[in-house]
Design a protein around this ligand. Structure first.
Ligand code: MF3
Ligand code: CO
Length: 252
């Protein structure tokens, strides 16, 4: 399928959808502390999203049972929130959230330390975040899609981390997942040429150990195969002729 180019009107709607999601994420981030359950985080996220008149796009997506994916420690993505899963000092927790505003989807993820975490865990979180920014140096018209993948991979490899291969970023717009798929690991082809008006969810998922992941029996939770910690950082980005617009960051 062809990659959609958003019109000016659609870009405005994407901007608004993503701006609301940035506010939801900021409030969720403030709620992260030892003692909160992942179920409470999900309930708060859903309440916040609906308070803006928006709809959580993850809820019931392919049967996913919650609004916010909450993934702790060795959980890479798609952790299912539960009132019985209480965050403890030293954990790291990834929150992946998305919403629909007037038919337009937004998608973003952050990994947070819970209280004080090890230096190794803090570095994993920071490198994962920075890898996104290394990748989007190439997120502009005229560059090729896999320039982004290669930059993320090269940066993370310097730290000996495993770049998850089984899950990828994606185009986004009137659907949560549109073409193209955006791998975070080294590609040998160049990929499509990027054009102004594309909106992409770029989302490195980075393991402290190897890149291999496995699915738990709940059919959702993805964990590292070696039990090492994993972090996730994602923004919805607008491609322009110059610097990309990172739509899901606060106040631009
Ligand atoms: N950000 C994830 C993605 O882009 C979350 C969607 S999984 C869901 O695929 F099923 F929970 F919606
Ligand atoms: Co996504």
């Amino acid at each position: 399928m062809a990659v959609s180019i958003k019109s000016e009107r659609e870009i405005e709607l994407m901007r608004e959808s993503c701006k609301i999601l940035a506010e939801v994420h900021a409030k969720l981030g403030e709620a992260i502390k030892p003692g909160i359950s992942t179920g409470e985080i999900d309930a708060l996220g859903e309440k916040l999203i609906r308070s803006y008149g928006c709809v959580p796009n993850f809820l019931h997506y392919n049967g996913y049972p919650a609004s916010i994916c909450v993934s702790v420690n060795d959980e890479v993505v798609h952790g299912i929130p539960s009132r019985d899963r209480i965050l403890a000092e030293g954990d790291i927790v990834s929150l992946d959230a998305g919403l629909i505003y007037k038919g337009y989807h937004s998608d973003a993820a952050r990994t947070y330390p819970v209280g004080k975490v090890s230096e190794e865990a803090a570095q994993l979180i920071e490198v994962t975040r920075q890898s996104f920014f290394e990748g989007i140096k190439y997120a502009k018209e005229g560059c090729h899609l896999y320039d982004i993948s290669n930059a993320i991979d090269a940066y993370c490899k310097r730290f000996g981390y495993g770049v998850v291969r089984d899950l990828v970023g994606h185009g986004i717009g009137t659907s949560l997942h549109e073409d193209p798929q955006i791998p975070n690991f080294r590609q040998w082809k160049r990929g499509i040429k990027l054009r102004a008006g594309m909106t992409l969810a770029i989302e490195p998922m980075i393991n402290m150990g190897t890149y291999e992941v496995v699915w738990l029996d709940d059919d959702w939770t993805v964990v590292t195969a070696d039990g090492s910690l994993s972090a996730h950082y994602e923004n919805t980005v607008l491609i322009t002729q110059g610097e990309p617009e990172i739509l899901t960051l606060p106040v631009r």
